[in-house]
Design a protein around this ligand. Structure first.
Ligand SMILES: Nc1ncnc2c1ncn2[C@@H]1O[C@H](COP(=O)(O)OP(=O)(O)OP(=O)(O)O)[C@@H](O)[C@H]1O
Ligand SMILES: [Mg+2]
Length: 307
């Protein structure tokens, strides 16, 4: 295991942010840490790279106890924080130079690595303007470039794509895939479930500081909900009428007026909806059940038939 947490807890005052959390991240995969705001993801990552100390439990990174070997561990990992840490008055190139020196890189290797990460994240066109003049997306790319300067074996990314436009997001995920293919282990948090489903080999869903589910996205989906989802706007009475037939225990999720039904076969329900429509023809969405459904089912809102 590249990262191993055993019964790790962390409190801030009387608030328990991480609650006896255990986690195994195997080598060479992209592992997603998912969970609602305040679930304890950032706190967990901070403990893994050794800037926050747990109150109890054990953390090993590369098989080393992080509290005893913080320097040895940090030399081998790269971190992009939820908030960018950049020197605004300097250019991207200068930021990379400062950070490379922190990692004790010397010329000509230092310049070689700077060129490498600038190319990798396509920062070339903006490499010589002060960071404060860069758009949010370029600043984020620079933050990720910084975390790659030491060619880390483990890359920790806390919400790397929040606030990025769709094209840059896609480009970034493809870069992360390349890193993984080259053997880098990636530990990432994201609130985009489509992204997590596409990119992560395994995910852990964290709720109130505890892992409530862990595994490959497809396995989690199959374990919790039927494979077909039907979404439509309907009142609670209409919903009850739809369920009165042959599927009273159908799992479903209501958010406001929008209901999603989960079924093995959507066809009979669609017929029932059309009968109820009586010419209205409400728009429906029929789609495969996805990781976002599982996230919502596990983390709350009102999944009425429960799990
Ligand atoms: N330095 C701190 N002092 C006090 N409380 C903190 C501190 N850091 C985190 N917390 C609390 O710990 C809990 C977990 O926070 P954390 O930042 O780990 O959540 P998160 O899962 O990363 O959330 P988000 O998705 O919003 O980034 C929250 O209740 C938060 O308020
Ligand atoms: Mg966070």
């Amino acid at each position: 295991m590249i990262v191993q947490l055993r019964a790790v807890s962390k409190s801030f005052g009387d608030r328990l942010a991480v609650d006896a959390l255990s986690l195994d991240v195997p080598a060479g995969i992209c592992f997603g840490l998912l969970g609602p705001n305040g679930a304890g993801k950032t706190t967990t990552l901070r403990m893994i790279y050794g800037v926050t100390r747990p109150n109890s439990g054990a953390i090993q990174v590369f098989g080393l106890d992080i509290s005893r070997n913080p320097r040895a561990v940090r030399a081998r990992l790269g971190v992009t924080l939820q908030q960018n840490v950049l020197i605004e008055a300097l250019t991207p190139e200068e930021n990379l130079r400062v950070f490379g020196r922190y990692h004790l890189l010397r010329e000509p290797e230092l310049s070689r690595r700077i060129g490498e990460v600038i190319d990798f994240l396509e920062l070339g066109s903006h490499a010589k303007m002060p960071v404060r003049q860069l758009s949010g997306g370029f600043q984020r790319r620079l933050a990720i470039a910084l975390s790659l300067m030491n060619r880390p074996e483990l890359l920790i990314l806390d919400e790397p794509t929040t606030g990025l436009d769709p094209a840059v997001r896609l480009a970034l995920w493809s870069r992360i895939r390349e890193l993984r293919a080259a053997g880098t282990t990636v530990l990432v948090t994201t609130h985009y479930m489509d992204e997590a489903q596409r990119l992560c080999d395994r995910v852990a869903i964290v709720l109130a500081g505890k892992v409530v589910e862990e595994g490959p996205p497809a396995d989690l989906i199959a374990a919790h909900l039927a494979p077909e989802a039907v979404e439509l706007d309907c009142s609670p009475d209409e919903e009850a009428a739809l369920l009165a037939g042959d599927s009273p225990s159908l799992r479903r999720l209501r958010v406001g007026n929008r209901v999603t039904f989960y079924l093995d076969n959507a066809a009979p329900l669609i017929e029932q909806i059309r009968r109820q429509d009586r010419g209205r023809h409400r728009p429906l969405v029929v789609r495969p059940t996805n990781l976002e459904d599982i996230f919502l089912a596990l983390t709350g809102t009102s999944l009425e038939a429960g799990l």
